[in-house]
Write a protein that binds this ligand. Structure first.
Ligand code: ZN
Ligand code: ZN
Length: 95
């Protein structure tokens, strides 16, 4: 369980960073009826992306866990969000 020390490419900004695992369907949603109906437990547990801490913090700051799980449960959907797009564009220029 050393996922915080892993270095790799962030799925959103593409920078090489320490990565953290983001559950595209946040754990707090897993017992919710709507999610149970739409996703298998396995899918909920394993569907995720590796993000740098800046991107990770930003998406949680921008959307609630329920919104993330319902509306932003793929990388493509995250990327298509104007707020996130703007942030990614900015963060790419940071060193
Ligand atoms: Zn990033
Ligand atoms: Zn997360």
């Amino acid at each position: 369980m050393n996922q915080n020390k892993k270095i790799g490419i962030c799925s959103l900004c593409g920078r090489e960073r320490k990565l953290t695992f983001h559950h595209l369907i946040p754990k707090t949603c897993h017992s919710n009826k709507w999610f149970k109906k739409n996703f298998s437990r396995d899918d909920m547990n394993h569907r995720g992306v590796e993000l740098c801490s800046e991107c990770h913090k930003f998406i949680h700051k921008t959307h609630t866990e329920k919104e993330l799980g319902r509306n932003f449960n793929t990388v493509e959907k995250l990327m298509a969000d104007p707020k996130i797009m703007k942030f990614v564009k900015w963060v790419k220029k940071q060193k």
